[in-house]
Write a protein that binds this ligand. Sequence first.
Ligand SMILES: Nc1ncnc2c1ncn2[C@@H]1O[C@H](COP(=O)(O)OP(=O)(O)OP(=O)(O)O)[C@@H](O)[C@H]1O
Ligand SMILES: O=C(O)c1ccc[n+]([C@@H]2O[C@H](COP(=O)([O-])O)[C@@H](O)[C@H]2O)c1
Length: 190
Amino acid sequence: MKKVGILGGTFNPPHIGHLIMANEVYHALQLDEVRFMPNAIAPHKKKEDESTNENRLQMVQLLIKPYKEFTVETIELERGGVSYTYDTMVALREREPDVEFYFIIGGDMIDTLHTWHHIDELVKIVQFVGIKRPGAKSESPYNIIMVEAPDIALSSTLIRERFATGGTLRFLLPPEVEAYIRKEGLYGAK
Ligand SMILES: Nc1ncnc2c1ncn2[C@@H]1O[C@H](COP(=O)(O)OP(=O)(O)OP(=O)(O)O)[C@@H](O)[C@H]1O
Ligand SMILES: O=C(O)c1ccc[n+]([C@@H]2O[C@H](COP(=O)([O-])O)[C@@H](O)[C@H]2O)c1
């Protein structure tokens, strides 16, 4: 069976933390592919109006462009509405019955997994894979495959703040993504 990792996120914007976690899981579990999956409306996140779905999709495409084992999954953007992972995994399993899916989450999501929509059903149909995150306990009562990876204390929030205040962005996200954000004038970029 083909083994596919799904890294779901808001990606507002995507950053090297996302690349590192995808790469670590790809190698640790010997996956065939990792799909970066931007959500339409995040279930638990405050809406940030600064970027559109199209902006987030384009930034993810720029982020992963050099890496052939990383692809984009647009199923949630196409479905629209609140992107419950349960609905997505039901649809993906139906569309691709020959694939074994691994849903990749960081420590903050591990800590709140019990609050996810239909979580008791969801854990039966998909294997979660966790990466610790500084500032999060990264602990769960559920059966999560934990992958050891370098701790990255980086978030989209920090990057939005750096754009707004004119702080350094070097090494935090690829230059192509930074250039796109400046061209589109997102996050109050100066
Ligand atoms: N530095 C990191 N270490 C571990 N996991 C991470 C890291 N950054 C993001 N993740 C995980 O990647 C997934 C998608 O994250 P998301 O796109 O929301 O980025 P974020 O940096 O958490 O954004 P924000 O700061 O806006 O909350 C989530 O499962 C999140 O836990
Ligand atoms: O289905 C849920 O109830 C649920 C609750 C919180 C987060 N998620 C998913 O987890 C992924 C990371 O979420 P976020 O908010 O960190 O971008 C993303 O794919 C979300 O759709 C899903």
